[in-house]
Write a protein that binds this ligand. Structure first.
Ligand code: HEC
Ligand code: HEC
Length: 443
């Protein structure tokens, strides 16, 4: 089948249930007697004026609340590369988060209710961050997240993009020339998000960090309406002490045109949800030949200034991916708590053999559905092992050499199998979440 026409999202969305929760909350808040009843029934240890604000008192009321929230179908939509559902987001804040806020004192005192609400209480703030319109989706807001990258314990200049690179924008040839002349290894390659990108990697002279940056390309120009995306992979602290695990510092720089060309600005309301796609930190670049795959030796390397040998870009890709793999799993340093993003998904498909939080990070409800589809279906790269089919996919994309009919059939069969896994995986997300949210009964 033609992979470009694969159907879109499968999940039906409703929001119906939350509307119901709203109605229920209103009914209960309206019925003051219910809250009085709660107080009369021996909640006298509650500080006056706190627990009483809480619209849910009895175990049954909490069980209903959890059941309704868990049955909501809209949780499964991720929105890292599309517009989030504003109305549902507001519903979650107004009708779920606000209840937890009002009931903090009650939950503090009642360990049964605390336990049965725990997963939902963890999940809602994590989900909210992943669906906000003005943040990268970390536990800290953007202002604090970005400031921490330049705090006193961080190596100096870790977040800096060289001015020679910015001066070369928007001409991709100048970008490449600047990379070559300054000794920055680079690769222009197709992206798992579509289109192509130039990736540039600049290590620190004291090996405290590697700076990775990318520019999106379109019509032989740098696409300046998209950001210059940047990750500093921090390996050591400012004093040169190695960190037990690398820390990733994500930042999207806005390319702003001024009189003297482009400059970088930091827009603190950018909302690219880095974690949704960067599940385990750094992302491997598409690991096969694609129609666009270009690199040349840079200053300091043999062959600099000459035209590159035939396999140079391919070797650069191997080198970049080996470097990315060698970092190992990153330490989110509290900016993401993967366990708050729902249960580890994909056990029934063998995913958790590797995506277990140790070898590779867990796949959660926050993992981009588009990237799951990309890895499972378009790239045939997950679950790993279909090397022969990936080789056919590469040849089919490159038309080199053209596939025979039987090879086309073989590829189509593997694609069908992967499509089935993709759909089954997608369909299991909602039920897995529901089961996890209701795992501990309230009564
Ligand atoms: C919609 C999915 C998606 C989101 C959201 C996303 N990325 Fe990425 N990113 C990717 C993929 C896929 C790659 C691997 C290269 C490729 O295929 O383009 C990547 C690669 C990168 C790289 C090159 C190093 C590496 O990990 O391979 C940088 C730098 C980067 N992203 C920065 C960011 C920053 C900063 C954010 C958040 C502000 C972000 N990305 C959000 C999908 C995403
Ligand atoms: C044998 C180990 C293994 C298994 C099993 C496995 N993965 Fe992966 N997965 C990896 C490795 C290694 C990477 C990084 C390399 C890459 O991106 O190709 C990865 C990357 C990914 C990514 C990109 C985010 C990330 O962690 O970098 C997604 C999404 C993903 N896998 C989904 C799945 C799903 C869904 C399944 C089950 C159907 C699965 N994987 C099974 C090893 C595995």
């Amino acid at each position: 089948m033609d992979h470009l026409t694969r159907r879109g999202r499968l999940h039906p969305s409703s929001g119906r249930l939350l509307a119901y929760i709203t109605a229920l909350s209103a009914a209960i808040i309206g019925a003051g007697c219910r809250m009085d009843a709660g107080r009369r029934q021996g909640k006298d240890e509650a500080p006056p004026g706190t627990s009483a604000e809480c619209p849910r008192q009895s175990p049954k009321e909490w069980q209903d609340f959890i059941d309704l929230a868990a049955a909501e179908t809209k949780w499964v939509d991720t929105c890292e590369d599309s517009t989030c559902d504003v109305e549902f987001y507001k519903n979650v804040k107004d009708n779920i988060q606000s209840v937890f806020d009002k009931c903090a004192a009650l939950l503090e005192q009642n360990s049964t209710l605390r336990k049965c609400t725990q997963n939902l209480r963890d999940f809602v703030p994590a989900w909210t961050a992943q669906h906000s319109s003005d943040s990268y989706g970390f536990t800290l807001g953007n202002h604090a997240y970005l400031a921490a990258q330049e705090a006193a314990d961080k190596p100096q200049n870790m977040m800096k993009v060289p001015p020679e690179l910015v001066a070369a924008v928007p001409d991709p040839a100048k970008v490449v020339a600047a990379a070559q002349a300054n000794g920055w290894k680079y690769l222009t390659h197709n992206s798992a998000l579509g289109g192509s990108r130039t990736f540039i990697m600049i290590p620190d002279i004291d090996d405290r960090f590697d700076r990775w940056m990318l520019l999106n390309l379109q019509d032989k120009s740098v696409k300046t309406e998209t950001p210059l995306s940047f990750i500093a992979v921090q390996k050591k602290n400012r004093d040169g002490q190695p960190l037990p695990k690398v820390r990733l510092n994500f930042r999207d720089y806005t390319l702003t045109q001024g009189d003297a060309g482009y400059r970088l600005t930091i827009d603190e309301s950018r909302n690219g949800k880095c974690y949704a796609c960067h599940v385990s930190g750094m992302r491997k670049l598409i690991h096969r030949r694609t129609p666009i795959l270009e690199a040349a030796p840079v200053k300091g390397e043999s062959g600099y200034g000459k035209s590159p040998p035939a396999d140079f870009a391919w070797n650069r890709l191997q080198e970049f991916n080996a470097r990315i793999a060698a970092y190992g799993l990153n330490d989110w340093d509290g900016a993401i708590v993967p366990e708050h993003h729902g249960p580890p998904l994909g056990e029934e498909f063998g995913c958790t053999h590797c995506h277990d939080g140790k070898i590779r990070s867990i796949i959660t409800l926050s993992t981009s559905t588009a990237q799951l589809e990309q890895k499972l279906y378009y790239e045939l790269s997950m679950p790993p092992g279909d090397h022969d089919a990936i080789a056919l996919l590469e040849r089919s994309e490159m038309s080199n050499p053209v596939l025979s009919q039987s090879e086309k059939d073989t590829l189509a069969n593997v694609q069908d199998e992967h499509e089935q896994i993709t759909e089954a995986f997608e369909n299991a997300r909602g039920p897995s979440l529901q089961k996890w949210l209701t795992a501990t009964p309230c009564q």
